[in-house]
Design a protein. Structure first.
Length: 127
């Protein structure tokens, strides 16, 4: 997957919309690369819309912990991440969001793209 085909900069927010068949590991890696690209270019707001991905299993709690730990490491407190996912992928207590906070990543997960866009638009980072 060529990341550039799925990235767009709109009103100061990078939108990443990966599409196609993907494993969980591949999806996590793609998002990590999008976060790193934003960080390196000093673009501090990222909207990730994962609803175009197919074949990704529902992450376990361990998966959620590890993916968010990796994303926080890539963000270095520079990139705020709003993730849009289908409802079945969102943990009822937003476990990953709580873990992100622990690792210094400002992030949230949404089932509505408009809610995610509104949230990330109003966020700021320390970086």
């Amino acid at each position: 997957m060529n990341m550039a085909d799925y990235l767009a900069l709109k009103a100061g927010i990078v939108e990443f919309r990966p599409r196609g068949e993907s494993t969980l590991v591949e999806a996590v890696d793609l998002i990590a690369k999008a976060i790193a690209l934003c960080r390196d270019r000093r673009l501090n707001k990222l909207l990730v819309v994962t609803t175009g991905l197919a074949g990704v299993p529902i992450p376990t709690l361990v998966d959620r912990f590890l993916m968010v730990e990796e994303w926080a490491r890539e963000s270095k407190s520079i990139v705020v991440v709003a993730l849009v996912a289908s409802p079945e992928y969102v943990h009822p207590q937003k476990f990953g969001v709580r873990v992100a906070e622990h690792f210094g990543l400002i992030a949230d997960v949404f089932t509505s793209e408009s809610d995610a866009l509104k949230w990330v638009s109003n966020c700021s980072t320390q970086g």
